[in-house]
Design a protein around this ligand. Structure first.
Ligand SMILES: Cc1cc2nc3c(=O)[nH]c(=O)nc-3n(C[C@H](O)[C@H](O)[C@H](O)COP(=O)(O)OP(=O)(O)OC[C@H]3O[C@@H](n4cnc5c(N)ncnc54)[C@H](O)[C@@H]3O)c2cc1C
Length: 430
């Protein structure tokens, strides 16, 4: 791809929280920015579980990256997948074009880790992209539809058993939301099967749910989930996932729907540039977020390994990615304008939030201030609406939540096309 410019070329890979923040931070600077993403949209991952559980529609939590950067003339957007980087020639290789760079920002995020068992993914999908959320929504809704059709008790029980592996924020949010679908939204609509007979099982290998939260909030979360009808199994390791359920240490659970929320691994960015990486594949960066031996390459967000507060690992959350993106934009600005370099990157942890249900959440702010229950949920809701992009989305999401709060309805209950590999695909579809 031809790109003739005398300006410094900044290539940003990834239009997630970190990459977008870096691009926006360079607004007005005499540079030529190219933001590459394999998707055409930025996804607000914290609300993906609400798409998966039919509260919100995909377009409520995703925006075209071109649209976001439309008022920034020094930035252009390319939809392509990066496959490698030639650090000697300073060229990014994608599946379609090659892009030379003077500065490179790697902001390619993370994905699910199956701890060496990638073959589990097809039967126990995780939640990372919009397509994952619509696929989970489809599986969830189809399970109830099929349960309505069968007279076989064992098949029905298996169809109405939902296993969620991993009790971090995503696992907790998914299990609480599925319990609400089964126990509150669907019962008046089914005639043959009672959705209230559904089992929602949250399995955690560690001793408690929400391990990154203080113990009292973990205990509160577990009690709240149990009151909502979720079976919580802690200190229980899943040893196998297959089409028909999961093996756990000392037993077996038959379940047609298994959701993976247990582990993450960084994008292969460290491999592209042959950089040192931690156990999760994240690039071990210098204090200014540059890659060792490559002062013009930076890694930010979930794909970077950064420490703070005496050695703690910066968590893989959106505010951390944004802070890193903003910092790198400042650093590149100082290099381009030849002004003093900013001090080393210093992460500020603002807190942890997780919602448990339609009106319950737990919040732990950095000053040790904690909220729970409906007050926590109000705080969580305001924070998430605030961080959404665009007035339309803020309005739609706030209205949808208010509507759901009052009516228990989930309006985004669409079963979209059945993919070829699905066990729900009929002979005719293949
Ligand atoms: C289900 C879920 C719930 C979450 N909930 C919360 C929450 O409540 N609060 C919170 O703070 N954080 C939450 N997080 C974490 C948060 O979303 C991430 O920490 C954040 O998105 C990291 O930002 P990033 O820019 O590093 O990566 P991402 O936002 O993941 O962006 C990476 C981008 O890179 C692109 N990309 C990847 N590889 C390539 C390639 N080879 N070529 C081109 N493009 C590529 C991707 O398409 C993507 O757009 C959640 C994450 C998930 C998955």
């Amino acid at each position: 791809m031809k790109l003739t410019t005398n300006l410094p070329r900044v290539v940003i890979v990834g239009g997630g929280f970190g990459g977008l923040e870096a691009a926006r931070g360079l607004k007005g600077l005499p540079v030529c920015i190219t933001l590459i993403d394999r998707q055409n949209h930025h996804c607000f991952q914290p609300l993906l579980y609400q798409v998966a559980t039919a509260v919100l529609s995909p377009a409520d939590i995703a925006w075209p990256i071109r649209g976001i950067l439309r008022a920034q003339p020094n930035a252009r957007v390319i939809m392509a997948e990066v496959v490698s980087v030639d650090t000697a020639a300073k060229i990014v290789h994608t599946d379609s074009v090659e892009l030379p760079y003077d500065y490179l920002v790697l902001a390619t995020g993370a994905t699910h880790s199956y701890f060496g068992h990638d073959e589990w993914e097809i039967d126990a999908p995780g939640l990372k992209r919009i397509s994952d959320a619509t696929e989970l929504r489809r599986r969830l809704l189809i399970a109830f539809e099929e349960a309505e059709l069968t007279d076989d008790g064992a098949t029905q029980r298996s169809l109405l058993t939902f296993v969620i592996v991993g009790a971090g924020p995503t696992g907790v949010e998914m299990s609480g939301a599925i319990a609400e679908v089964a126990l509150q939204t669907l019962p008046p609509e089914f005639r043959e099967v009672d959705p209230r007979s559904a089992r929602i099982i949250l399995i955690e290998a560690g001793p408690r749910v929400l391990p990154s939260f203080p113990e009292d909030l973990s205990a509160y979360t577990q009690q709240s989930l149990e009151k909502m009808g979720v079976e919580v199994m802690t200190s229980t390791r899943v040893t196998k996932c297959d089409k028909a359920g999961v093996d756990i240490e000392g037993g077996r659970i038959d379940a047609h729907t298994v959701i993976w929320a247990a582990g993450v691994v960084a994008s292969p960015a460290a491999k592209w540039i042959d950089a040192p990486a931690d156990h999760a594949g994240r690039v071990e960066v210098e204090p200014d977020l540059s890659v060792p031996g490559h002062p013009d390459i930076f890694a930010v967000g979930d794909t970077a390994s950064v420490h703070y507060d005496g050695g703690k690992s910066v968590p893989g959350i959106a505010p951390a990615a944004k802070q890193m993106g903003r910092y790198v934009a400042k650093l590149i600005t100082s290099r381009v304008l030849n002004t003093p370099k900013p001090a080393a990157f210093a992460y500020k942890h603002q807190g942890d939030l997780a919602t448990i249900g339609r009106r319950i959440a737990v919040v732990k702010l950095s000053n040790n201030f904690a909220l729970k229950g409906i007050i926590g949920w109000l705080f969580w809701s305001l924070a998430h609406v605030y961080f959404l992009i665009g007035i339309r989305n803020r309005f739609v999401v706030a209205f949808t939540w208010m509507w759901q709060f009052l009516t228990l309805q989930r309006s985004a209950r669409i079963i979209s096309q059945v993919p070829k590999w699905s066990r729900y695909t009929s002979e005719e579809d293949t």
